[in-house]
Design a protein around this ligand. Structure first.
Ligand code: PLP
Length: 460
């Protein structure tokens, strides 16, 4: 087709694009982008039967190559401003890490460490020792192990202790947590079989007792995490399960999901189950996430009886699911904040949960004034934040934010615009307005948030 000949050569296009990129792009990337754009132009010409439009001008192709290279040069994973009001947002990376955790991770990650080296003997050590004593002190359990995440923790416990045998779970707790993590599926994948007892809304200790037999490997309790049953409901307590387990020689696994080492009630929230309580109630193994209410890096923590934790450590899956040195460093620093009694001041998740409402209102007022002064239709509003991460379903914290009237642009369009700003800003749409909840915005990001909003609203 003659029009193809009117397209520039790859080299000509690279030369033109390089000039617009201040020579900053790697040559291989530039070549890749130029080839891709020329190929796209050929496809478009072929699709356009009579080639009426002709090939794109060199400037057009150059701009497309520049844009393609610029997009490829941006980090794929990058920070953003979470103004959604959901503190532990799985899609947005869950818990932001404390300064102490970040420093520990950087220090250990940048060099060598005694990860699996015993400095006293000069012999091979175990990566499991670094967190165990700390976790034992904080939880009251005898032993502990950390793995990749809580899903891995559950998988490891089931695979190591229940493969080929039965696990008794309340019908109301055979749930899907989210992200495709379904208790019945995980059980099956681990080689254990699920024995459901009770009914969706009510399960009693005698339901479990009737199901325990020679094949029973575990009694399992699962925190319902992201939903709440209300009304005519009965769950069997961990203490009741522990009593039954002890009488019948069957260990109890408590999957707390988020779990928490700090009580949530002082912050006006319902009581999220605490790790220490579960251990004290007699659960033999307690599993919880590192990056939900604990506020640390992604991990799954299992605390409990020494003999059982030893079996987990020796299982081949433990090697497959192990955590790396930076995770251990971050977890250790995070846990030390709890031991010092400073978790609520040092750990961002708890800073956000405990942020006084008056301070949030003052920030919302300041941001709204700034937007209004620039001609934006915005106002400070009271709103509700959520803790998220499968903890405290249905519970909210009173908060403050800014509502923006999007005018003719429309709220979805405005939200989309903010997602493309740098950094991206994630808000939520509420009654046709874009709502930005300041509880989940770091005060240090208020300025960047204002700048992004003004830029987007001018564009919009
Ligand atoms: C979140 C959750 C999990 C999975 O934990 P991850 O750390 O995301 O792997 C498992 N069980 C419950 C009850 C949960 O809430």
């Amino acid at each position: 087709m003659p029009t193809f000949r009117n397209l520039p050569s790859v080299d000509r296009l690279i030369q033109a694009a390089r000039a617009t990129l201040n020579n900053e792009a790697p040559a291989s990337l530039l070549r890749h982008a130029a080839r891709a754009e020329l190929e796209a132009a050929r496809v478009a010409l072929r699709a356009d039967g009579d080639a009426s439009a002709g090939p794109p001008a060199l400037e057009t192709l150059t701009e497309r190559v520049r844009a393609r290279v610029a997009a490829a040069l941006q980090p794929s994973l990058r920070p953003l401003i979470n103004a959604s009001g959901v503190i532990i947002q799985t899609n947005l990376g869950r818990a932001p890490l404390s300064q102490a955790a970040l420093q520990a991770m950087a220090r250990v990650g940048a060099g060598y460490s005694n990860l699996e080296y015993d400095l006293a003997s000069g012999e091979r050590g175990s990566r499991h020792v670094h967190l165990e004593a700390l976790l034992a002190r904080l939880s009251g359990a005898e032993a502990a192990i950390a793995v990749n995440n809580n899903a891995a923790a559950i998988y490891l416990v089931l695979g190591a202790l229940a493969a080929g045998r039965e696990v008794v779970v309340s019908r109301g707790q055979a749930v899907e947590i989210g992200g495709g993590f379904r208790i019945p599926d995980v059980l099956r994948a681990s080689g254990a079989s699920l024995v459901e007892v009770g009914t969706t809304n009510r399960t009693y200790a005698h339901d479990y007792a009737a199901a325990v037999g020679a094949q029973t490997a575990l009694l399992m309790r699962v925190h319902s995490s992201n939903f709440r049953l209300l009304g005519f409901v009965h769950e069997t307590s961990v203490a009741e399960l522990a009593a039954l387990g002890q009488a019948r020689g069957v260990p109890v696994l408590d999957d707390l999901g988020s779990g928490t080492l700090l009580p949530t009630a002082p912050y006006g929230l319902a009581a999220e189950p605490m790790v220490q309580e579960s251990v004290a109630s007699g659960a033999d193994l307690v599993a919880f996430s590192g990056d939900k209410l604990l506020g640390g890096p992604q991990a799954g923590l299992i605390v409990g009886r020494r003999a059982l934790v030893e079996r987990l450590r020796r299982h081949p899956l433990a090697r497959a699911l192990r955590v790396d040195k930076t995770t251990i460093a971050g977890l250790e620093a995070t846990l030390r904040s709890y031991e010092r009694g400073q978790a609520h001041v040092e750990i961002p998740v708890w800073q956000m949960i405990s942020a006084p409402l008056a301070g949030l209102h003052a920030r919302a007022d300041a941001l709204a004034s700034r937007l209004v002064a620039a001609g934006v239709s915005a106002e400070p509003v009271a709103c509700q934040s959520a803790v998220g991460g499968g903890s405290l379903p249905g519970e909210t914290l009173p908060s403050a934010g800014v509502a923006i009237h999007p005018g003719s642009v429309g709220a979805p369009q405005l939200a989309a615009l903010l997602r493309t700003s740098e950094p991206a800003v994630i808000g939520r749409i509420n009654e046709g307005r874009l709502l930005l909840d300041l509880r989940t915005v770091f005060p240090a990001d208020d300025e960047a948030l204002a700048v992004c909003l003004l830029a987007a609203l001018v564009k919009g």
